[in-house]
Design a binder for this molecule. Structure first.
Ligand code: PFF
Length: 443
């Protein structure tokens, strides 16, 4: 089996794939809103600190486990530990990305539908009520959400069936740079609008009084969701990184890209929201109800600009959603191929059918949709993050962890730096995750 495993061609393509998983709807619909709500620059500082001190060590733990074992999530914990306890626990982390994928694919489907709408000029000169009505009509349509959910998941299946190199790597190599160009041009455009200043203030004005315990828990939760931690995507992708590459570079590179993208997305969305004189919202409403109204407003001045910007925006959303979705898909496929001996094609079909069915239910039952969302982001992701970090810090031998961290001595590390990293991994990250886990349970 080992010899059949594919590897990413280089560390750069590994970073693009990991960043593809990390950069997604979460960066666009949640981060900008949270920043504004929880204290602007003050929140950004906390988010940055959490990302570097807690999320990065967890990401590196997942990478170390994945690359050391060169296995899927379940196989990795089975290979690296004695007994079955750890690998049995890891089954939950095989399941959780598939639950996330089911509702994520529904939203991915909405974004494809909105890309079509943008091509058809649906937002030019529409008023806010009309935009909201379009969203309500679409989401309550008897079969359209199902059609687009199916289409989105089929696209993922095709990319994943092509394999790690010809599917996942190629897709991210093309779409990630494109996505960056799209979001940067959106930000430049958005910042140039009259009245954009209020959006910049909303994002950057520091207000430390808004940093409540809830804000702190949300910051860490968002950092996990944004970096796709605790669900085995980082572990699985890292198992395709060659032993010759430096995983410290891929971990730091991915974290920095994700952070940068979230900030640029903030500048692409909020200044335009304020320039259009509307209230910022969170969640899908920001993307599908608030932002389209900006295009309507632009449409009164120049319809073609409005259409082009809407197309660029929804194309960016589609790419961001697809690159995240394929990473979740791959976790399940790697498990079925390596643990159950199924062919890649059969594994893709099995995952497709299971995720499609749950997603179809989520498309029509909003309560199930939000139940899956809460279950995964508040509990399962935290559980997975805790599992991986405790495994790396307490089950694996310290020499093995540090040797993998330095890629078996190929990239010798400063002793102080590895000491700090190991301390964060063994103590700081598990304690922080446990605290947030408890906060989520109690609230
Ligand atoms: N990181 C993605 C986002 O910010 O939208 C969400 C995500 C992707 C969560 C992949 C979990 C995952 F396995």
């Amino acid at each position: 089996m080992e010899s059949n495993r594919e590897n990413f061609a280089s560390n750069l393509t590994a970073i693009l794939a990991l960043a593809g998983s990390a950069i997604g709807l979460g960066n666009i619909w949640r981060f900008p809103y949270m920043v504004g709500e929880y204290g602007g620059a003050a929140f950004i500082i906390v988010y940055l600190a959490f990302s570097l001190l807690i999320s990065l060590p967890i990401m590196l733990s997942e990478s170390i486990i994945g690359r050391r074992s060169r296995s899927n999530t379940f196989g990795a914990l089975r290979k690296l530990s004695k007994g079955r306890t750890w690998s049995s626990l890891s089954l939950l982390t095989v399941l959780s990305p598939l639950i996330i994928l089911s509702f994520y694919s529904v939203v991915g489907g909405w974004s494809i539908e909105y890309l079509f709408k943008a091509f058809g000029g649906a937002f030019v000169n529409a008023d806010p009520d009309n935009v909201r009505a379009q969203f309500a009509a679409f989401t309550s349509h008897p079969f359209l959400p199902l059609v687009f959910h199916t289409g989105f998941l089929l696209l993922c299946a095709i990319i994943v069936i092509l394999g790690v190199k010809s599917g996942i790597e190629k897709f991210n190599k093309v779409t990630m740079p494109l996505l960056f160009c799209l979001i940067v041009s959106m930000a430049i455009y958005s910042l140039s609008l009259p009245g954009a200043r209020a959006g910049v203030d909303y994002l950057l004005k520091p207000d430390f009084s808004l940093l409540t315990p809830k804000a702190l828990a949300s910051a860490l939760g968002q950092s996990f969701f944004s970096l796709s931690l605790g669900v085995g995507t980082v572990l699985t992708y890292s198992s395709y990184i060659s032993p010759k590459e430096n995983i410290l570079v891929s971990g730091v590179g991915t974290t920095v890209f994700d952070l940068l993208f979230a900030l640029i997305a903030g500048f692409a969305v909020m200044p335009a929201v304020f320039a259009a004189g509307i209230e910022p919202g969170a969640g899908p409403a920001l993307i599908f109800e608030t932002v389209p109204f900006i295009f309507c407003k632009m449409g009164s001045a120049a319809p073609w600009i409005s259409s082009v910007v809407a197309i660029l925006f929804f194309a960016a959303i589609c790419f961001a959603a697809l690159s995240s979705a394929i990473s979740m898909f791959e976790v399940g496929v790697a498990y079925l191929v390596e643990e159950k001996g199924l062919s890649r094609r059969k594994s893709v079909v099995c995952i497709f059918l299971g995720v499609w069915a749950l997603g179809a239910l989520c498309a029509y039952f909003p309560r199930l949709f939000s139940l899956c969302d809460t279950l995964t982001s508040n509990y399962l992701m935290m559980f997975g993050a805790l599992l991986f970090v405790v495994f790396a810090g307490w089950v694996m031998k310290k020499e093995d962890v540090l040797s993998e961290f330095s890629s078996d001595g190929r990239y010798p590390l400063n002793r102080k730096l590895s000491g700090v990293f190991y301390f964060l991994l063994k103590w700081v990250a598990p304690i922080a995750v446990t605290l947030i886990f408890i906060t989520n349970f109690l609230s």
